[in-house]
Write a new protein. Structure first.
Length: 128
């Protein structure tokens, strides 16, 4: 039977979003802690011991590929039934360095946003 862990999702999100390359992030499968491997971090073992661990206790967390997030948005937009809203969402994610939330914030006020059901359906398809 799989072991259940309590994992701080905000810490996990931070690890997935960190593309700086300065540090490594690790999930401790015994405690559920998301660990930042840095000299000044409080760690259960030394960085060297964690990196050399062969037991499978520590799992590396790789940053999420930005292209994967973009593909997720494209897939979600394809599920929106309202053609006008689908078109607005397509425009919102178009262009180099598009900022979805910023562009949605500038959408006309009379345009409805995605329903909570649509957003919930999209979120449930995302896996961590």
């Amino acid at each position: 039977m799989a072991k259940k862990l309590c994992i701080a999702l905000e810490d996990l999100r931070q690890a997935f979003d960190d593309r700086s390359g300065e540090y490594s992030w690790i999930l401790d499968t015994e405690t559920g802690e998301v660990l930042l491997l840095a000299e000044d971090s409080e760690l259960p073992l030394s960085i060297e011991e964690i990196e050399e661990d062969q037991t499978g206790r520590f799992l590396g967390i790789d940053p999420e590929d930005p292209q994967e997030g973009y593909r997720d948005m494209e897939e979600f937009i394809a599920t929106v039934a309202d053609s006008r809203l689908r078109q607005l969402l397509d425009v919102a994610i178009a262009g180099k360095g598009a900022k979805l939330l910023a562009r949605l914030g500038h959408a006309p006020a009379n345009d409805p946003g995605p329903s909570s059901t649509q957003l919930g359906d999209w979120a449930s398809r995302r896996s961590v």
